[in-house]
Design a protein around this ligand. Sequence first.
Ligand code: HEC
Ligand code: HEC
Length: 316
Amino acid sequence: MSDNHKSAGGVPTTGHVWDDDLADLVNQPPKWWMLGLTASAIWVVVYWLMYPAVPVALNGNYFKGVGLPGSGQWTAIKELEADQKEVDAVRSKYENKLKDMTPAAILADSELTEYVTRSGKVLFSDNCAACHGQNGAGTIQKGGKFAMREQGYMAPMLNDDDWLFGGTIDKIHETVSGGRQGVMTAHKDTLSGQQIDDVAKWVLASSEGNGNAPEFAAGKKVFASSDCASCHGADGKGMQAMGSANLTDKIWRFDGSLEGIKQTITYGVNVGPDARNAVMPNFTEAGKLTPAEIKKLAVYVYKLGGGKADAAVAAK
Ligand code: HEC
Ligand code: HEC
């Protein structure tokens, strides 16, 4: 060990030198680092005084901090309220605008449509999805079964372009604001079992494009000569004015098996305890939804993918 207290570079050592050239140098930390350390220490104290930093009760209350210059004592609630105000300000710009607009006018404004479909999605989950499924996709359960159809009840999918009551924005708006209830009479007293069997077979055949095959002639005749055509149209394609289903497509509101079709024809829809039950609630009644909310939902449903742009398309 040597007692040389200076290293070769002129920096003082602690006096500990081994093997003549291995020494503990006494280097000061750089000035910027010392300043930073001091500033941080001061900042800790300032911050600690400004904010509610002591979580213990002092005179039955916690230390709330001395507050920020200009904005007083900070609390999480105050910050939330300020954020909420900011959001409300952004919203009210749109809300005020759409108050006096028709749903069609909202649709024509892409910025407003964007806003409306977002809040419509939340409204839909809260008010409609229980019956129509999330995003209007129907309440499909595992195994492809419709949960509510099993109970003899089913709300239609809203994300396809098959509409009972019409898919124009005005028709959708009318549906959501006033509710719907397609009514089909029961035929247990007006048709014989044989006639019901025949007409059901014809309905099934025509949904598969075989309506004109000779073996279904008897059923076709029942359809034309009883009251079916007056509601479903001579071609069986349905009438949107009364929400009578299109019988010639493969989309079934209810059970589309032969037995299921027979049951619908025998007991009808929305007419008595044995009938199929399909009521779309009225959302204006008792203020369940505000007019603005109904407009938002109409635009949201339209935008699910099946909206019909042209009134002429839906007027069939
Ligand atoms: C209690 C179940 C139920 C709820 C809740 C419900 N619906 Fe419906 N909705 C139905 C049924 C059932 C029908 C079919 C009515 C019929 O067959 O006559 C229907 C029909 C519709 C139709 C017409 C579809 C067509 O093909 O023309 C639209 C649009 C619609 N609902 C939108 C909504 C919206 C939006 C909400 C939420 C505000 C909602 N529904 C809530 C049961 C419901
Ligand atoms: C008073 C009008 C009316 C008469 C008469 C009527 N229907 Fe209907 N029918 C409807 C309506 C409305 C619906 C749809 C109800 C719904 O979806 O809520 C319907 C639904 C059906 C369905 C179910 C379709 C599906 O997708 O599940 C079948 C099948 C059917 N009708 C066949 C017939 C036959 C066959 C006759 C004649 C024997 C007939 N209907 C007479 C109004 C009528």
